[in-house]
Design a protein around this ligand. Structure first.
Ligand code: GDP
Length: 430
């Protein structure tokens, strides 16, 4: 396996999230010494299935399921300590003692961030992706306002008190004066709860940038696990229908304190079609019977909410941007099995906007709203041979070879990993 030479590998989403990153990360995680998250919070959701055991993780990297790797929550991640403690308990109940380190520089989600999140969602109305209501946007905003509370502060009561007074007063002002809502949380009980969280989490807290630096110096292998996808990146995505963090590989450096010069492989996970949770225009969206079929076969329902996801054909304008912005060295193409039996598969190669052909994602919301997909229709395949993972890439139907060649040509990046089922072994390495 290549990763024996490549010491640092990153896995990122090349669409709207839910591409199957959990499975691809899990595939590499067992051979890594460290598995690291670099952005987002418990708004992410990974499903990993190992020997028919289903693990649903929101905050802790998927590597935690293995005995060997150390899981790291980097400084770019925002941490709800209550959610973290409950994920630790969930793992312990399943017989896993997490080998976990949490950066001392992580920003902490406070109860007033969650209150602010719900108060803000009415204010943002349609001009936002919708929120998971977990306080992610407000905690990142507080970080930039320099009102934030960091993991290390939970271990220092005097500092926590001082920062809490400032952060709480600021949030209360917005909630009560600007948004005309009543603030429910109250600083004294927050202080006590968060001091307790600090005591419980103390042994996990560490300067993870130094830890990773030393690990790299000593030739250890490190896997960075992205959450969400490129179109949700707060800079490069369809703003403001994005998440509140940078999902792109470039954020690995600032979100973990590991230099981008040291990253060897950057794998973009691309699902063979699209699904989208939340608002925003979606040029290649489809509905009707075909959408329902793909949704059902692909299990495209929200991990937490169970809500049906929107469905669309593969959009190569989006993947082209993912290749460029992330500097992808390769693509992992997932869920090809979901398209089994579809006679003709349209793939969006460009947008047509007001009579012009557009090949790159526009910044203009007007243009994106008016974008019509330009499709190339490819021949579909009936089925994938049984035990294809033992037979290898060449045994795949010729229509899948054509589908893959077409993607590679259109976006300028090789497809090296092919996933044809949710289980770890249902994977072909090319
Ligand atoms: P992530 O957020 O990108 O990690 O995506 P999810 O964890 O939500 O993964 C999407 C779902 O697809 C999970 O239930 C996976 O088990 C499943 N999955 C991943 N790869 C494949 C595949 O190749 N085929 C099928 N049928 N399911 C897959």
């Amino acid at each position: 396996m290549k990763s024996a030479q490549s010491k640092i590998t990153a896995i990122v989403g090349a669409q709207w999230g839910d591409e199957g990153k959990g499975k691809i990360t899990d595939f590499f995680a067992g051979q890594s010494d460290y598995v690291v998250r670099f952005h987002g919070g418990n708004n992410a959701g990974h499903t990993v299935i190992v020997n028919n055991n289903i693990f649903k993780l929101h905050l802790i990297p998927s590597g935690v399921i293995y005995e060997s790797p150390v899981s790291i929550i980097g400084n770019g991640v925002v941490v709800d300590p209550k959610a973290l403690l409950s994920e630790i308990s969930y793992l312990k109940e399943k017989g896993i003692e997490p080998k976990l380190l949490v950066s001392d520089r992580c920003h902490i989600i406070m109860p007033y961030h969650i209150e602010l999140d719900s108060a803000l969602s009415g204010h943002q109305a349609e001009l936002a992706a919708g929120s998971t209501g977990r306080g992610i946007a407000p905690v990142y905003a507080d970080k930039m306002f320099r009102n934030g509370i960091r993991m290390i502060d939970l271990l220092e009561p005097d500092i926590l008190k001082q920062k809490l007074e400032k952060g709480y007063a600021f949030a209360k002002g917005i909630i009560e004066k600007s948004l005309n809502k009543k603030m429910i949380s109250e600083p004294r009980s927050i202080f006590q709860d968060y001091i307790d969280f600090g005591i419980k989490l103390k042994d996990y807290v560490s300067d993870t940038s130094v830890e990773l630096y030393k690990a790299h110096q000593n030739g250890k292998s490190i896997l960075f696990e992205g959450a969400q996808g490129i179109s949700l990146d707060v800079d490069h995505g369809i703003y403001p229908y994005t998440t509140s963090s940078n999902t792109a590989a470039g954020h690995i450096s600032t979100g973990t304190g590991v230099s981008f010069r040291d990253i060897d492989r950057i794998i973009g996970v691309v699902k063979a079609y699209l699904s989208r949770v939340g608002e925003s225009p979606l040029p290649s969206e489809i509905d009707g019977e075909m959408a329902e079929k793909i949704r059902d076969v692909g299990g495209e329902y929200g991990t937490t909410t169970g809500r049906p996801r929107r469905i669309g054909w593969l959009d190569l304008v989006q993947v082209r941007q993912a290749v460029r912005v992330n500097g992808l060295t390769e693509i992992a193409l997932t869920k090809l099995d979901v398209l089994n039996g579809i006679k003709e598969i349209p793939v969006c190669i460009d947008y047509e906007i007001d009579g012009s052909t557009v090949s790159e994602m526009p910044a203009s919301l007007t243009m994106y709203r008016n974008a019509k997909p330009v499709y190339k229709t490819l021949e579909g395949w009936d089925s994938i041979p049984d035990n294809i993972w033992d037979k290898g890439f060449n045994a795949l139907p010729k229509e899948i070879h054509n589908y893959i060649d077409f993607i590679e040509q259109a976006v300028g990046c090789s497809v090296k990993i092919i996933s044809v089922g949710p289980q770890r072994h249902e994977t072909i390495i090319r």
